[in-house]
Design a protein around this ligand. Structure first.
Ligand SMILES: C=C(O[C@H]1C=CC=C(C(=O)O)[C@@H]1O)C(=O)O
Length: 392
């Protein structure tokens, strides 16, 4: 069977037709993409990059696109497919919401007594302490540790409604909804990530790595002073510099030019300030697709640590759960090689009556366990705010 994917589908009815249990939605930089139907990229036979290349070539369609999500551990199966139809559009101000259909109006609430944290807060702090010891003993410069929060809902979650809220709350973010097949545990991966792993437009590439965080404050003067303290913080600047150094080392062989800012700037989400750097480059080779670049860069020290292999092994030892798609990457890549991938952060996997959220924090010498725990708590808030759920 050949699948035709059209980069733009003007005759399509509306995004209101979207079935988020089956379709992928991805919005970034003021534009959205809805991918419907299609065929999965085989999960076996050659590297992921090769399998995607072959699957795109087999369509014979120069406008074909691959969409989906790649897990943190790339040895696990990715959820990538070549959609039969793609619609694209611009997020309109002030509504910005592409889903024309109203939701049922029923908002699910959390069922009392069902909140599970893995690990529990005290245990997470103990793990950060262990990470600090490993940094010293194993000559690691950074290790990112995460935790998971799950809870039951008293009614099925309206995913379109949640997506609309995430879009409204994160106009600068990468908002996504990716259905996961049974082999990946089912459910829908939903989130609003502030971090661009890589965007490719022709030879031009753009990255926006983030590392170093501080919680936003309600009072504006206090909020500003927290942001300024973050910008000056030695611990956070070190945490950020490790990410930039490694990304530059990986990109240099592929880039004719690469512009790296002298130091980080501030980026604000609804709940956090981050240290942020925008890197721009020009590729030597147009054969290097956005997916090839994402695979070469992943996992950056923003989600794993450094040196990468040791940090990855330490995460496997210390974290009491599998990250699955959290801290992987999500987005799309066209047959031309252009595309955009966001780091899968501030996200969760939603099942009809159950939600699982993930959040992590970078540990470097000087990190304080209680502060790293608090930081992950604030990172959960992106999805909790979207869901309208308050944890007591
Ligand atoms: C690992 C996460 O955030 C990364 C991105 C921004 C700031 C981070 C930090 O300050 O630790 C993390 O590197 C997460 O949100 O789960």
């Amino acid at each position: 069977m050949t699948v035709a994917c059209h980069a733009f589908y003007p005759e399509a009815a509306s995004v209101a037709d979207a079935d988020l249990s089956r379709d992928l939605f991805f919005a970034a930089a003021g534009r959205w993409l809805l991918a419907q139907g299609g065929k999965a990229v085989p999960t076996q036979g050659g590297s992921l990059g090769e399998r995607v290349r072959q699957a795109l070539a087999a369509t014979g369609d120069p406008d074909a696109v691959v969409v989906g999500a790649v897990p943190f551990d790339v040895r696990q199966p990715a959820q990538l497919w070549i959609p039969a139809h793609c619609q694209r559009g611009v997020l309109d101000e002030p509504t910005r919401l592409p889903f024309a259909a109203g939701h049922g109006g029923e908002v699910a609430t959390m069922r009392a007594g069902t909140v599970r944290l893995m690990p529990e807060p005290a245990m997470f702090e103990a793990l950060v302490q262990q990470a600090l010891v490993r940094l010293e003993q194993e000559n690691l410069r950074k290790l990112v540790l995460a935790r998971m929060l799950s809870f039951d809902l008293d009614a099925p979650l309206d995913q379109a409604w949640l997506l609309e809220k995430l879009l409204a709350q994160h106009p600068q973010g990468h908002v996504f909804s990716v259905p996961l097949d049974a082999a990946s545990g089912g459910g829908v991966l939903l989130g609003a990530s502030p971090e661009l792993l890589v965007r490719r437009q022709g030879r031009r590439i753009t990255l926006n790595p983030l590392a170093g965080s501080a919680a936003r404050q309600h009072e504006p003067a206090q909020d500003r002073s927290v942001a300024e303290a973050l910008l000056r913080s030695d611990k956070d600047r070190r945490e950020h510099a490790i990410v930039i150094e490694d990304i530059v080392r990986i990109l240099q062989p592929y880039c004719r030019t690469l512009t790296v800012p002298d130091g980080p700037e501030l980026l604000a989400t609804d709940t956090l300030w981050h240290l942020s750097s925008v890197l721009e480059g020009e590729l030597y080779d147009l054969d290097m697709t956005s997916l090839d670049l994402a695979l070469a860069l992943h996992p950056t020290p923003a989600v794993c640590g450094w040196p990468t292999a040791q940090a990855f092994a330490a995460i496997e030892d210390l974290e009491p759960f599998s990250r699955d798609f959290y801290a992987g990457f999500v987005g799309w890549c066209a047959a031309s090689g252009d595309g955009e991938w966001a780091v899968t952060l501030r996200c969760g996997v939603c099942h009809p009556g159950q939600v699982r959220l993930y959040a992590g924090a970078g540990v470097v010498p000087g990190s304080v366990p209680a502060m790293e725990r608090a930081e992950t708590g604030v990172k959960f808030q992106t999805m909790l705010n979207g869901l309208g759920v308050t944890l007591s």
